[in-house]
Ligand binder design. Structure first.
Ligand SMILES: [Zn+2]
Length: 640
């Protein structure tokens, strides 16, 4: 199981301000006795608190698994058991959940407390013993049923910021016996107050068929939502025709905080008939990756904004939908469809969005105010390659295109109001190699149509790719390219990184240059930065696995990691360890020939010692060995 990280990227500036609006409220009845509650909030139970994240919230690569409970912007707050039970798992990791506790309850459910600073003394002692026994910092322990019993409200840990957390908070999961994630807010935490309805910002409309149009265009178009009284609407009636899909950009808010959280429930009504329902109350870890087809992935990569699709896209196997015709809407010429969305949070606050779609094809009538840039612009949408260029740059109003070595001519599908010629190629019928107009040429390099759901192997002179049965959400049109850039680097291009993969693909790069040892594969991101991928050599080929499309190259890491002592005395050893190229693989500290536990926070590049017995002093030869992923090793030695 891959543990998904959780982060707070928002409003760090507001943290200190928000501490001021923290209202303690005691949940006691008139007799001064607390009411029985199945679960209490593990941070200051019975006092009003705020959340930085909700379960099901749309994160970069996953749905958020639980709630992020705020901890006044600091670490070290008491964390208590939400209910009676026993600790059945303890994990320590530099990334992911960091220091985390799992409690098994009598009702079958499990609560998880993540990003902790430290465990209570009894648990911490047990963890340290096990770390020393195994000589490992990262550890996963499964204590016996009677080892660590807890009662509701017992102190189990102090809050922190460990693992992949970028601000102090408690990440809290509620899971059923099968590890399905449940929405904790369904369990009546009166500590969280929410009477604010969700906020709707934009809608997007997508063509789902090559003959569909939105405002006369093929593709995807966004529209701002305008608040009118207690509803949201779009400024004008939308003009569309054919099969279309709707998306929304919206978020929830809670009282006393500016954090934006997720919305579990969306309903779509056409003509007052419900056609789509989403209600996130539970999902599994394996469902998580479907976020990449649930939201508009390209938009997310390009802008960081998550638009949730209000239809079930191809490859989306999430369990929390009901829909008529998968929520895809057929718009007929001349017919006006009243559309209503209802957005609802867990506290039953709801928001209504209302607008009209009028069936009207009106090809190319969309009046774009933007000037047409010169050259060829293109994008791929589902099975369609869209090519746009100035109509004046065409030969006889035609575009030359080449597929499998054959030259052909195409007429525009339509001309837009500002003079753009738009060509639509159904890639299932023609895999375009390149196109040319009077002043420019554009290469697409489509090589193969790769089906989803079956294993598929692609072979070429430069790149081989093995797709497993589970690699793809949907059919992919494979476009590969090999070239050597100005720095004499071999670049291997495989599709665009705006296209999601469901699971990994195995890639073989057939290199032509010669490389020294410690050369491996690196991904090149949009800013040109290299990300270590690894790989194993087989003659002049290197084989690696990846879960992203994009550009790859080869690079050599011959520089060992940097070790910078911060504190070195008989009580404490603390170092900064860094490796700019391939990254830190492992570290090992020995004092007088004995293994010393070093805690690791990769966010801070920091390691610090923790003695088996706190009262002992460190003495003798100190040797710290740090190794990077390429196998370079650095050694720090001293004597205490
Ligand atoms: Zn979280």
């Amino acid at each position: 199981m891959k543990i998904k990280h959780c982060w707070i990227l928002k409003l760090s500036k507001c943290l200190s301000f928000l501490v001021l609006i923290y209202f303690p409220i005691l949940a006691q009845n008139g007799n001064g006795e607390s009411d029985y509650r199945r679960y209490i909030l593990p941070v200051f139970p019975n006092q009003t608190n705020t959340l930085a994240g909700t379960m099901g919230e749309l994160r970069n690569t996953h749905f958020h698994t639980g709630i992020d409970i705020r901890t006044q912007g600091k670490t070290g707050l008491p964390i208590v058991a939400a209910a009676d039970g026993y600790i059945n798992r303890i994990s320590v990791q530099g990334t992911g959940y960091g220091n985390a506790l799992y409690i098994q309850h009598a009702d079958g459910n499990i609560t998880v407390y993540a990003h902790l600073n430290n465990f209570n003394d009894e648990i911490a002692e047990f963890v340290r013993q096990e770390q020393y026994k195994r000589q490992k910092f990262e550890i996963n322990l499964f204590p016996a049923q009677n080892q660590f019993s807890v009662r509701q409200g017992d102190l189990i840990a102090l809050s922190g910021n460990s693992g992949s957390s970028v601000g102090p908070h408690l990440h809290f999961d509620l899971r059923d016996e099968n590890q399905n994630l449940l929405n904790p807010l369904e369990y009546g935490f009166h500590e969280v107050i929410d009477d604010i309805p969700p906020v709707a910002r934009k809608i997007a409309v997508s063509t789902l068929d090559i003959n569909s149009r939105i405002a006369g265009e093929f593709g995807r178009m966004e529209f701002d939502l305008i608040r009118q009284g207690d509803k949201y609407t779009v400024a004008d009636t939308l003009l569309a025709s054919g099969l279309i899909g709707l998306e929304i950009y919206a978020y929830d808010r809670q009282n006393y905080t500016f954090f934006r959280t997720g919305i579990p429930t969306f309903k779509v009504f056409i003509n007052k008939q419900q056609v789509f329902n989403q209600n996130i109350i539970a999902f599994s870890f394996s469902d998580q990756k479907h976020i990449n087809v649930h939201t508009n992935y390209q938009k997310k990569v390009d802008t960081g904004r998550s638009f949730a699709k209000l239809y079930i896209d191809d490859g989306n196997e999430l369990p929390f939908f009901q829909a008529f015709n998968k929520g895809k809407i057929k718009v007929t010429e001349g017919v006006v469809l009243p559309v209503t969305f209802e957005l609802k949070d867990t506290y039953n606050n709801s928001t209504i969005v209302e607008f009209f779609i009028k069936g009207q094809k009106s090809e190319g009538s969309y009046k774009s105010t933007s000037k047409i840039s010169s050259g060829i612009r293109s994008e791929i949408k589902e099975n369609t390659l869209i090519i746009r260029c100035n109509k004046d740059s065409l030969f006889n109003n035609q575009l030359k295109y080449f597929s499998k070595g054959m030259e052909s001519l195409a007429y525009p599908a339509y001309i837009t109001g500002n003079g753009s010629a738009v060509f639509l190629f159904d890639l299932r019928k023609v895999l375009v190699d390149f196109v040319s107009i009077s002043n420019s040429k554009k290469y697409y390099n489509f090589k193969a149509m790769v089906p989803s759901g079956i294993p598929y192997s692609f072979y070429s002179n430069s790149i081989d790719i093995n797709f497993s049965r589970n690699s793809l959400f949907d059919t992919v049109f494979l476009a590969t390219r090999y070239f050597v850039n100005d720095n004499n680097q071999e670049i291997f291009h495989i599709n665009e990184n705006t296209e999601p993969l469901k699971n990994s693909i195995k890639v073989t790069l057939k290199t032509r240059n010669s490389y020294p040892s410690k050369t491996e594969v690196y991904a090149i991101d949009s800013k040109g930065n290299l990300g270590y991928m690894g790989g194993s050599w087989d003659g002049k080929s290197i084989i690696f696995s990846t879960t992203s499309f994009g550009d790859y190259t080869l690079a050599t890491d011959s520089i060992p990691p940097v070790i910078r002592p911060v504190i070195v005395n008989s009580n404490n050893l603390t170092f900064i360890i860094e490796d700019k190229m391939s990254g830190i693989k492992e570290f090992r500290a020995m004092v007088n020939g004995k293994w010393l536990l070093m805690n690791y926070d990769p966010k801070k590049n920091l390691i610090w010692s923790e003695k088996l017995k706190p009262e002992t002093r460190l003495a003798g030869d100190v040797i710290l060995k740090v190794t990077d992923k390429a196998g370079n090793e650095s050694i720090y030695q001293t004597k205490l």
